[in-house]
Design a protein around this ligand. Structure first.
Ligand code: VG1
Ligand code: CO
Length: 543
C-alpha cells in the first residue's frame, strides 16, 4: 500500500454552516481545500477507522472528483469498508437510510442542496453520524477546530475506481462496495405508506407530475412512482441528474419551479404536482390552483397521521424549527401531544427522533420528514400526500380549506434580503438585540408587541445549549415576526424575516397571504430598519 502523508496548512474558512461546509466550486478546487476538511473529519471521528463509511452526493459538478479523493483518503485513514452510490449518487435521505441500515460509523454527503451547480456554482460537504443524521454542533465544532490546526493529510496513491459498476472492489486495504443508490431507500419507504392505496389512486385517472429538477431525485422518483406505483411514464419530469442541473436552480419553490406550477393552473390543471431539490431532502406540494405551505403541510400530515400504516396507532409528538409557522402547535395541542420547537437546521431534530419523542418534524424551508431516517425527505413528503389523497379522495385545495376551518389558518410568509453586506447584516441584528425589549408594548397598526427574545434552545435530551438562534417578536394577538441570518449562503449575508398571523374567523380564510400580512410586513421593515441597514426597499425573494 502506498500511503502518502502530504504536508498542508489550514484554511480559516472551513466552519460548517446550517448544513455542512458550503462554498463556491472554485473554493473547493483550491489545492488541499477538500483534503483538509476530510482529514479533519477522520482526525476527529475515531470510529471511522475500522468502520464503514457511506459516500455519495447529489451529482453536481465536482461530485465525482471529490468522491475519488475521499475514497483514497478513506483507504489511507483505515476505513474498513466504504459504501458508495453508483455514479457517486445518493440523495441525502437515502444516505441517511444507508448509514442506518448498514450500521455505518458515518457518511460524507456531497451537496450544496438547492444552490445552483456547475463550475461557477456551489459545492458542499456534510458529515453525518452513525444515527444517519447531520453531525450535531459539538461534532462540527470539533471538525472546524481541527481544520484550523491541520498539518498533514493522508491519501493513498492509486488510480480512480469505476463508480458505475455495482459490486465489490478494493482500494488498498479498504473494501469498496458500489451500491444501487435507490434500493435500500425504496425498500424502507414502502414500509411507511399504503402503497396499494397509492397505486390504486394513480391508476384511477388521478393526474400528477413530479419535477426532479435534473437533480438527484430523478432515479428515486422513477423507480418508486413510475415503476413500483404505476404512475404513467413521464410523470417524473427532468429526471436525468445533470452536473449543472440543466442550468436551473434546483430549489423547489414557486419561483424556481414556475413551469410545474403552471401545469396545476386552470380547470385542466393537474390534480397534484411536487418537486424536490438538488439533494432530495426538500419538497414542494401543489394541488390544482393551490400551493401547500411547508408549515401547513406538517400540520396537515400531523392531523392525519392515522392514515399512514407506520403511525396508525398514534404519534408520540412532533417538532418544528422555530421560524416555522405554529400551525402544527395547534394540531398537537388538539391531539394532546407535545410539539417541540428547535433551532433552524435538521440536525436539531436528531436527538428527539432517536429518543422516540417525535414522529414527524418540519421546517418552513420546504423540509418535512419523519423518524424513518434522520434527514428531511422530499419523496417521503410526496408519498405522504399521495397516501393522504388516496384516503381522502378529494382535491388538495379542499383538504387545505377543511384544515383551516378546523384549526384556523396561519398566514405565513418569509422575506429574504439576499447578498447584503455581512457587516451591515451583523449591525442590524445587534441593534435589534439591543432594542427589542424596549419595543415591548409598542403598537404596529393593530398589533401590539408582547414578548421579545433571542431564541435559545436547550436540547431536552442531552441538555446542550444553542444561543442566538433568531430574534422573535411575539405580538399580543398571537402574530409573530422572526429575524435571523442564513447559515447556508456563499456570498455576503442573507437576512430572513419570517412573518405570521393566526386567523380563526372563517369568513376571512380566503385572503391572499401578502395582503393578509400587509401591516405586519410593514412592521417587520420598520422594526429592524431594514432599508437603512441594507439599502433595500423590498425583499429579493418572497415565499
Ligand atoms: C436553510 C433553511 C433551513 C434548512 C437549511 C438546509 O438554512 O432555512 O431551514 O435546514 O437551509 O437545507 P439557512 O441557514 O440558509 O436559513 V438543505 O435542503 O440545504 O440541506
Ligand atoms: Co437540500
Amino acid at each position: 500500500m502506498n500511503i502518502q502523508e502530504i504536508r498542508t496548512n489550514p484554511f480559516d474558512d472551513q466552519k460548517p454552516g446550517t448544513s455542512g461546509l458550503r462554498k463556491r466550486v472554485t473554493a473547493f478546487q483550491q489545492p488541499r481545500y477538500l483534503e483538509n476538511f476530510v482529514q479533519s473529519v477522520f482526525d476527529t471521528q475515531e470510529t471511522l477507522a475500522g468502520g464503514t463509511l457511506v459516500l455519495g452526493g447529489d451529482g453536481r459538478y465536482y461530485n465525482r472528483q471529490a468522491i475519488q479523493v475521499i475514497l483514497r483518503m478513506a483507504a489511507a485513514n483505515g476505513v474498513a469498508r466504504c459504501l458508495v452510490g453508483q455514479g457517486g449518487l445518493l440523495s441525502t435521505p437515502a444516505a441517511s437510510c444507508v448509514i442506518r441500515k448498514h450500521g455505518a460509523a458515518g457518511g460524507l454527503i456531497l451537496s450544496a442542496s438547492h444552490n445552483p451547480g456547475g463550475p461557477d456554482g456551489d459545492f458542499g460537504i456534510k458529515f453525518n453520524i452513525a444515527n444517519g443524521g447531520a453531525a450535531p454542533e459539538a461534532v462540527t465544532e470539533a471538525i472546524y477546530r481541527r481544520s484550523r490546526e491541520i498539518e498533514r493529510y493522508r491519501i493513498l496513491a492509486a488510480d480512480d475506481i469505476d463508480l458505475e459498476r455495482i459490486g465489490e472492489t478494493r482500494l488498498g486495504e479498504m473494501q469498496v462496495t458500489i451500491i444501487d443508490p435507490v434500493a435500500d431507500y425504496a425498500e424502507l419507504i414502502e414500509t411507511q405508506f399504503d402503497f396499494d392505496a397509492i397505486a390504486e389512486l394513480l391508476g384511477g385517472g388521478f393526474r400528477m407530475a413530479f419535477d426532479a429538477m435534473h437533480a438527484v431525485t430523478g432515479p428515486y422518483a422513477r423507480r418508486i412512482l413510475e415503476e413500483r406505483l404505476g404512475a404513467p411514464e413521464g410523470t417524473v419530469r427532468n429526471g436525468e441528474p445533470l452536473e449543472d442541473f440543466g442550468g436551473g436552480h434546483p430549489d423547489p419553490n414557486l419561483a424556481h419551479a414556475a413551469e410545474l406550477v403552471a401545469l396545476t393552473r386552470g380547470p385542466n390543471g393537474l390534480d397534484f404536482a411536487a418537486a424536490s431539490d438538488g439533494d432530495g431532502d426538500r419538497n414542494m406540494i401543489l394541488g390544482r390552483d393551490c400551493f401547500v405551505t411547508p408549515s401547513d403541510s406538517l400540520a396537515i400530515l400531523t392531523a392525519n397521521h392515522m392514515v399512514f400504516p407506520a403511525w396508525r396507532d398514534g404519534i408520540p409528538g412532533v417538532a418544528r424549527s422555530m421560524p416555522t409557522s405554529r400551525a402544527t402547535d395547534v394540531v398537537a395541542e388538539r391531539l394532546g401531544i407535545p410539539c417541540y420547537e428547535t433551532p433552524t437546521g435538521w440536525k436539531f431534530f436528531g436527538n428527539l427522533l432517536d429518543a422516540g419523542r417525535i414522529a414527524f418534524c418540519g421546517e418552513e424551508s420546504f423540509g418535512t420528514g419523519s423518524a424513518h431516517v434522520r434527514e428531511k425527505d422530499g419523496l417521503w413528503a410526496v408519498l405522504a400526500w399521495l397516501n393522504l389523497l388516496a384516503v381522502e379522495r378529494r382535491p388538495v385545495a379542499e383538504v387545505l380549506r377543511d384544515h383551516w376551518r378546523r384549526f384556523g389558518r396561519h398566514y405565513y410568509t418569509r422575506h429574504d434580503y439576499e447578498g447584503i453586506d455581512s457587516a451591515a447584516a451583523q449591525t442590524l441584528m445587534e441593534q435589534l438585540r439591543r432594542l427589542m425589549h424596549g419595543l415591548e408594548g409598542e403598537c404596529y397598526g393593530t398589533h401590539q408587541v408582547g414578548h421579545t427574545d433571542d431564541f435559545r434552545y436547550v436540547d431536552p435530551i442531552d441538555g446542550s445549549v444553542s444561543e442566538h438562534q433568531g430574534i422573535r417578536f411575539l405580538f399580543e394577538d398571537g402574530s409573530r415576526i422572526v429575524y435571523r441570518l442564513s447559515g447556508t449562503g456563499t456570498v455576503g449575508a442573507t437576512l430572513r424575516v419570517y412573518i405570521e398571523r393566526h386567523e380563526t374567523r372563517p369568513e376571512r380564510l380566503e385572503d391572499d397571504t401578502q395582503q393578509a400580512l400587509a401591516d405586519l410586513i410593514r412592521a417587520s421593515q420598520a422594526i429592524a430598519d431594514i432599508a437603512y441597514h441594507t439599502g433595500r426597499e423590498a425583499p429579493d425573494v418572497v415565499t
